[in-house]
Design a protein around this ligand. Sequence first.
Ligand code: MG
Length: 270
Amino acid sequence: MSYNGILKHPSKRITTLTKLCSFICASTILTSTALQANNWDPSLSHDELVKLSEKTEVWGSVPPVVSTQKGKAPSDAIVLFDGDDLDQFEALKGGVALWTVSGDVFTVAPGTGDIVTKQEFCDVQLHLEWRAPAPIGDMIGQQRNNSGVFFQQKYEVQILDNYDNPTYPNGQAASVYKQTIPLANAALPPGEWQTYDIIFTAPKFEGDEMISNGFVTVLHNGVLVQNHTKIQGTTEWIGPPKVTPHGCAPIQLQDHGNLVSFKNIWVRTL
Ligand code: MG
């Protein structure tokens, strides 16, 4: 409503003035209530309130600057694969990682075995992108383009084409394999690139005793599917989880005999 509008329409002017008064009154009441709720002395000036507020400001620990670029690793990340080669990996059984690199993608070479990072990690934030190919024949359940990412070579977050492909839920994509069912099925159709963003907190050991479980948080295609999930132990195909003391260890990608592809993999140590 403009000033001219108020002059031209008395009935609207009254309405507008009523609304204005209501707003000011409400604001005053709210401010007063806020002051009381926060135990602020209403007689204090703005400058005095600012001085009080400064007492709880913390300036001693400034976060490092991390620059980001859409589709790229953050500036403080360790790039595990960005399209050049598999130099950051080696074969689990030793020697060069023999999976197939093509363009900015690499693909499991079935039968060559799992690959592992040369570097060992404890707590990390991991980003990876994966793609399951179109299923062949009557591939169903766990056979429909399976892989996995293992933290510390022991704890698998499942990679599986679960788009319209039921399997046991504690073994579907983004499960902590055979332990924790994901909160949602965020799978995209085969042939499409999917993202995992995972925060992994390593278990802690003192001697043979685990003094703190590991935890994992997973976003699948941006959807929260594991929310600070407690890791019970190793993710076994058969039998219950096992707890075995260990230190930092490589990240491992699974050769399950299927042509699952990967790209844009980076990790930040935490
Ligand atoms: Mg798997």
